[in-house]
Design a protein around this ligand. Structure first.
Ligand code: YSA
Length: 347
């Protein structure tokens, strides 16, 4: 006959301690199963093994083990009661009428918001939205846009040239200095009539100030058809500004020069803050310069194999940073890229 090879007193102490340390009813139930479970409960197994003990041993251990069962059951019951009391007290301190804690969530950047709004306006006016690559060849950024190799107009754009590994068909690689190459990509692969807008990033190696960044955005627009005229252009941008600023906006066209258009224009809008009276936004002039534009140059049509005698088009490029600055009264373009949450959180 065997002896029990377990220290009942030590078992008792550790079981009572384990019950004391329990913090919730689920864990308490697991502990009950661990000690008293019908199948494999630790104390149940001890009690089952009593029958194999020598008579003397059975007489000594039997009553101790049985009373331990009662003791553990009682400790479990008391613990359950005290957990119930604790949780009912807890309910008293939870005030469901207290205002909740606001969870901080991110939101769209002001530039993204403005760009989205501009896209939506043009989409509603039946323009398609297209994109183009940010890394361009010299051909798409300059040559196809009628900027001759040695023309000083190339210097209007201070270019980030990229280190070249091997030759490309379109000459040297660069970060596009404007979104106008989107026009060429689109016309090479589509036939008129159409109207598109092409939003995207542009890059210029130039000193930054309150209205210039090295990395900024532009939105290109191009409409080509059999009898597109400057009158169509004027209507489209007047309608665009009316929808954007939610009021009729006066526009002014000034002659300008871009090699890819003839005639070339600079577009000003009457200051939407002071209605032309003069303020800090328009630098007291009453007008704000917002885009470059013009009628597509015949040489550009030739580059994409359109017949310039058959097709006519207008194009323009505007800076969404400038539009956002006007719309939200932002004094410095560098704020958009500063990562300053005090600025970003205002939108
Ligand atoms: C002109 C005629 C067309 O038929 C089509 C497009 C154009 C626009 C031309 N591609 C262009 O880039 N003209 S631009 O140099 O005068 O820039 C257009 C707009 O981009 C500016 O009015 C300004 O809002 C923005 N821009 C230019 N350089 C910038 C800048 N914004 C921030 N930082 C800079 N460094």
């Amino acid at each position: 006959m065997k002896k029990l090879n377990i220290d009942i007193e030590r078992f008792r102490k550790s079981a009572i301690q384990a019950i004391k340390e329990i913090k919730d009813a689920t864990a308490l139930e697991s502990l009950r199963i661990r000690f008293l479970g019908r199948q494999g409960g630790e104390l149940t197994e001890i009690l089952r093994s009593l029958k194999n003990l020598a008579l003397e041993e059975k007489r000594r251990i039997g009553p101790v083990a049985n009373s331990l069962r009662g003791e553990i059951e009682k400790a479990l019951e008391q613990k359950l009661e005290s957990l119930k009391v604790q949780s009912s007290k807890l309910k008293v301190v939870v005030d469901l009428t207290m205002p909740g804690k606001r969870i901080e969530t991110g939101h769209l950047h002001p530039l993204t918001l403005v760009e989205k709004e501009i896209r939506e306006i043009f989409k509603a006016m039946n323009f398609s939205v297209v994109e183009g690559p940010e890394v361009e060849t010299e051909y798409y950024n300059f040559d196809a846009l009628n900027v001759p190799k040695d023309h000083p107009a190339r210097e209007m754009h201070d270019t980030f040239w990229l280190k070249q590994f091997g030759k490309t068909r379109g000459g040297r690689l660069l970060l596009r200095t404007h979104t106008s190459p989107i026009q060429i990509h689109y016309m090479e692969t589509h036939q008129p009539p159409f109207q598109i807008v092409g939003p995207g990033r542009a890059f210029r190696y130039e000193a930054t100030d309150a209205s210039h960044e090295t990395n900024f955005h532009q939105i290109e627009a191009l409409m080509v058809g059999k009898d597109v005229t400057l009158a169509n252009f004027k209507f489209v941008i007047q309608e665009f500004f009316k929808r954007l600023f939610k009021k009729k906006v006066q526009i002014r066209l000034r002659p300008s020069y871009f090699p890819f258009v003839e005639p070339g224009l600079e577009v000003d809008i009457q200051c939407v803050k002071c209605d032309g009276k003069g303020c800090n936004i328009c630098k007291e002039s009453g007008w704000l310069e917002v885009m470059g534009a013009g009628m597509v140059h015949p040489k550009v049509f030739e580059a994409v194999r359109y017949n310039p005698k058959e097709w006519r088009g207008f194009a323009f490029g505007l800076g969404p940073e400038r539009i956002a600055m006007i719309k939200y009264n932002i004094p410095d373009i560098r704020l958009f890229y500063s990562g300053d949450l005090r600025f970003i959180k205002q939108f």
